[in-house]
Design a protein around this ligand. Structure first.
Ligand SMILES: C[S@@+](CC[C@H](N)C(=O)[O-])C[C@H]1O[C@@H](n2cnc3c(N)ncnc32)[C@H](O)[C@@H]1O
Length: 463
């Protein structure tokens, strides 16, 4: 349930107070959001305005609490000569909303939501219902947000607290299109710490609060940050929309520029394509090749590299582990392999305790003398036409990816702990010459601490 301070902050983002307010609270829980909203309404709406709240909540156990809350709100409104009516819809919001949208939806003026978070399966009934109203999405939270936007009248305001994962990643692209076509994104609030907003939240996502206005012209976006739910260190910055969604970006990534990257423009000037490089998810899905697993390398085999072979800046292979160290080399396995060479690898998932999102490793032929390498699916691989790269370039790219500035830059457009190949493709990089220079320097060092890397990159950019 949303803590009161967060619910109050969310309610404070509404700016439009007509005489008749029709509020949607989908997945209302015990009604905390409606209650905070009502307080704002009472403080801001014109005299004798009316508030009609529609709370959708599927869980029967919450009904009584929700009903008590709505009665309290009603009493509050009466005291102040405002009219209130509260409706509890004890039904599945997705089914109800998609039906109502199909019929010509009741138009709400406001929506406030902290929706449920759960994957929607490809062939589920929910997926079909959503598709019928033009929403193509993979999680309940984006479904709720999309439906809420679809049910707003022109100028209607939506404030939601949701995971940040929809802002990037290929699966959410149709959803981003749906959202940005129908509403202007006017405010994004980011909690800078992953854990403090919801102390017990196990979900590895960062939550953001967004405000959207149905049918409004897209202007600059207010980006606010706070370290926790006390909002005591609230910062606010207005960011041009072109910095939030880059013009011409077919993926429609929503960048949330909270991390100051400063004036490091030259570091982020080239696309991977400009550099003649490609990045892919590690092609080996291990269970599909189970019959070819080898616990230890022997005979005609190739190393199968997993993230656990790369730890604390070191590469250790083979190592004792429940997963295999090698694959038999044969016709079945060959097509999933890359030839011996220099590659940069990044981990797709950073561990909760890891400070960095981007963790890069360099692999070179002198470390592995086999003719081919197998890169497991939890790694991303930088390559060119599925072949290795020049050594200096690889070392330079590894150094760049491991710098603090790049980790910050990456966080600006990736809210989740996953590092997808799509994200790495969308990122910008230094020129090839610069990367080669970085690489020559990196290769001449015996050891490289985080401070060494950051100092070097800073000096290279004029301090
Ligand atoms: C994250 S909780 C938030 C509750 C409340 N909005 C708050 O902020 O405190 C999401 C709520 O959505 C409800 N829910 C889940 N699936 C639903 C559905 N299909 N239709 C309606 N409510 C649903 C859950 O029972 C839960 O109470």
């Amino acid at each position: 349930m949303t803590p009161t301070a967060i619910a109050d902050f969310m309610a404070s983002l509404f700016t439009h107070w007509p005489r008749t307010v029709r509020l949607l609270d989908p997945g209302a829980g015990v009604g905390s959001l409606t209650e905070s909203f009502a307080e704002r309404f009472l403080a801001n709406a014109p005299a004798s305005a009316s508030l009609e709240a529609h709370c959708y909540e599927i869980e029967p156990l919450l009904q009584d609490y929700l009903s008590d809350h709505l009665q309290e709100v009603e009493a509050l409104c009466k005291n102040q000569v405002h009219r209130f009516s509260g409706a509890i819809h004890n039904r599945d919001f997705i089914a109800e909303a998609s039906f109502e949208i199909g019929m010509g939806a009741p138009r709400f003026t406001h929506a406030i939501l902290n929706p449920p978070y759960k994957k929607i399966n490809t062939d589920s009934v929910h997926r079909k219902m959503l598709r019928q109203v033009g929403i193509e999405t993979v999680n309940l939270y984006t479904a709720f947000l999309g439906l809420a936007v679809a049910m707003m009248e022109e100028g209607g305001e939506v404030v939601a607290i949701v995971p940040r994962s929809f802002c990037n990643g290929p699966y959410y692209r149709p959803f981003r299109e749906f959202l940005l076509e129908r509403a202007a994104l006017t405010h994004i609030h980011v909690f800078e710490s992953r854990t403090r907003a919801f102390k017990d939240d196990e979900v590895m996502q960062e939550n953001i609060i967004v405000r959207l206005v149905r049918g409004a012209r897209q202007g600059a976006v207010m980006v606010s940050t706070s370290h926790d739910q006390s909002f005591s260190d609230l910062t606010r910055r207005e960011i041009p929309f072109v910095e939030i969604v880059k013009p011409g970006d077919a993926e429609r990534f929503i960048h949330v520029p909270t991390e100051p990257v400063g004036d490091f423009g030259l570091l982020f000037s080239h696309t991977l394509e400009d550099l003649g490089l490609e990045v892919s998810t590690g092609p080996v899905v291990d269970f599909r090749l189970k019959e070819h697993w080898l616990a230890e390398p022997k005979g005609r085999c190739i190393p199968l590299l997993y993230t656990h072979h790369f730890r604390g800046g070191r590469f250790t292979w083979p190592m004792e582990h429940k997963k295999p160290n090698a694959l038999r080399l044969n016709e079945d396995t060959r097509k999933w392999l890359m030839p011996r060479g220099c590659y940069v690898l990044t981990k797709r998932f950073s561990a909760k305790e890891e400070r960095r999102r981007l963790v890069a490793y360099v692999i070179e032929p002198k470390q592995l003398e086999h003719d081919h390498y197998g890169f497991e699916n939890h790694l991303n691989v930088f390559h060119r036409h599925k072949q290795g790269l020049p050594s200096n370039l690889v070392h330079g790219l590894g150094l760049f990816l491991n710098s603090t500035i790049v980790d910050r830059y990456f966080r600006n457009f990736s809210g989740h702990t996953q590092v997808n190949a799509t994200d790495l493709r969308a990122m910008r990089y230094p020129s090839r010459e610069t990367l080669i220079r970085f690489g020559k320097w990196a290769r001449a060092q015996h050891t490289l601490s985080q401070e060494d890397i950051d100092r070097y990159i800073k000096n290279e950019n004029g301090g």
